[in-house]
Design a protein around this ligand. Structure first.
Ligand SMILES: [Zn+2]
Length: 452
């Protein structure tokens, strides 16, 4: 791949709508892009990874109404939940998360420019994009203007529209809905406009890579192209489009009504986060994944193989030196690994290389034919791989200990030094109630999180 400018890559991936817990389908998309970004960075590219957060939307308004809270409270809760999920899954490559509601001024500016250029029009309930005005509409998804009819969302339903596929840029608000003032009246942005606003702000009118789940190709990504290319007059908006495949559960799309909805939170209650990473990374980012029990148990076994191999390497007994023949060449594996990753991020092939290495390594260890320096090379290679994959050497992400807890612990230690045992014990109980316990060691007290 070739970035637009030297070694600089601007990459945007469609983010979440925070109105509910995220499911493993979201994890699929964001783990896939986490690996891609980490790989590009390892190759020396300076990647700006931008993700939006759609914090104003129909589903949010609806859900907030059901729960009888303001939409802002709902989005705040689920944005936090999402970021915690990402942290637990070691998805830490995003440079910036940008909320739609922090960019209302810029959204109004893009709508204004679309109106001025004749690509947008105002009707009773909002401002719409006229898809018949944009010559290349449908190029990405290979659809025509007429075929665009059935894919509009509820917000875009107005009967006054010029073409059925026209989508909303600015929706006038009904009572009780979140609203911002605009030159055309109080309202809120349509769904597609925030993406081009956010990318224009951070990257300009054109950039390198746009990613997202494949169900976003139409109408969402098509609309983004129509918006930004109409405004800037420059094309293409994006040099490379990367779309991740679906994740189904036992052959079916995940849906609350089917009872097969697996949230990241629930998955992580029962399984280690690295399991989800391996399960996803061993599939190509574009391929569909069908989540079935067998896949889970297979992947668990694979992790076990990795762990056993690493432990063997680390505990290699330095018995008699074997003949100084280089039986094991890590570099051969490294180059096949690299070839796989260069081939449209072919992670299944790259992971197959790791397991071949483990096979050969195991058989040589059994024959006592691996030297300590071989072992060191292999471990170094695996560590390099794991800077992108993050499932080989797993350490739980560190949890921040609340400052209140630290001061309670200090106070308790003081009481202990003064022999005020009862007071110290009371504090121990308070700390316990916060979900932690204290281990008194020779070096002082250690705070540990109680296992839930
Ligand atoms: Zn998007």
């Amino acid at each position: 791949m070739r970035p637009r400018k030297d070694k600089k890559i601007n990459l945007f991936v469609c983010g979440i709508t925070p109105y509910d817990f995220n499911h493993i389908g979201h994890a699929r998309t964001y783990i896939a892009f986490d690996v891609i970004v980490k790989y590009l960075r390892q190759k020396g590219y300076d990647v700006f990874y931008l993700q939006n957060i759609t914090d104003v939307d129909d589903k949010i308004i609806q859900r907030a109404k059901e729960r009888n809270i303001i939409p802002g409270k709902l989005t705040c809760q689920f944005e936090k939940e999402y970021l915690n999920n990402m942290k637990a899954l070691k998805i830490d490559s995003v440079t910036k998360y940008a909320r739609a509601t922090d960019h209302i001024r810029e959204i109004i500016s893009q709508v204004k420019r679309l109106l001025k250029k004749g690509f947008a029009y105002q009707i009773e309930d909002g401002i719409y994009y006229d898809i018949s005005k944009f010559k290349n509409y449908g190029r990405l998804s290979k659809r025509t203007v007429l075929q665009a009819e059935d894919a509009v969302s509820r917000i875009d339903e107005s009967k006054e529209k010029r073409n059925k596929g026209d989508f909303c840029l600015w929706k006038f608000s009904k009572t009780g809905e979140p609203k911002w003032s605009s030159p055309w009246g109080d309202g809120r942005p349509g769904w597609h406009i925030e993406d081009t606003v956010i990318t224009e702000k951070y990257f300009g009118p054109q950039y390198d890579i746009h990613g997202g789940a494949r169900d976003l190709i139409f109408p969402h990504h098509e609309a983004e192209i129509a918006q930004m290319e109409a405004i800037s007059g420059k094309k293409p908006l994006v040099k490379y489009w990367l779309h991740s495949g679906f994740l189904t559960v036992k052959g079916q799309k995940m849906a609350k009504s089917l009872g097969n909805f697996i949230t990241i939170r629930d998955f992580l209650k029962k399984n280690p986060a690295r399991l989800l990473r391996l399960l996803i990374i061993k599939n190509h980012y574009r391929s569909p994944i069908d989540y079935v029990e067998k896949l889970l148990s297979q992947t668990k076994k694979e992790l076990q193989r990795i762990d056993e191999f690493i432990s063997k390497l680390k505990n290699l007994k330095n018995k008699k030196r074997v003949k100084e023949v280089n039986l094991f060449s890590t570099s051969a594996y490294a180059s096949v690994f690299e070839e796989a990753m260069e081939d449209d991020f072919n992670t299944p092939k790259a992971i197959a290389v790791i397991f071949e290495l483990i096979n050969q390594g195991n058989s040589l260890i059994d024959k006592n034919k691996i030297t300590k320096s071989d072992a060191k090379n292999i471990l170094e290679f695996l560590k390099r791989v794991d800077r992108m994959f993050n499932f080989i050497f797993w350490r739980k992400p560190k949890e921040k200990i609340p400052s209140e807890l630290l001061s309670l612990t200090k106070q308790r230690q003081k009481y202990r030094e003064q022999g005020q045992w009862q007071k110290a014990d009371e504090l121990r109980k308070r700390i316990k109630a916060m979900g932690y316990w204290i281990e008194d060691t020779k070096k002082g007290p250690k705070i540990k999180k109680a296992e839930s």
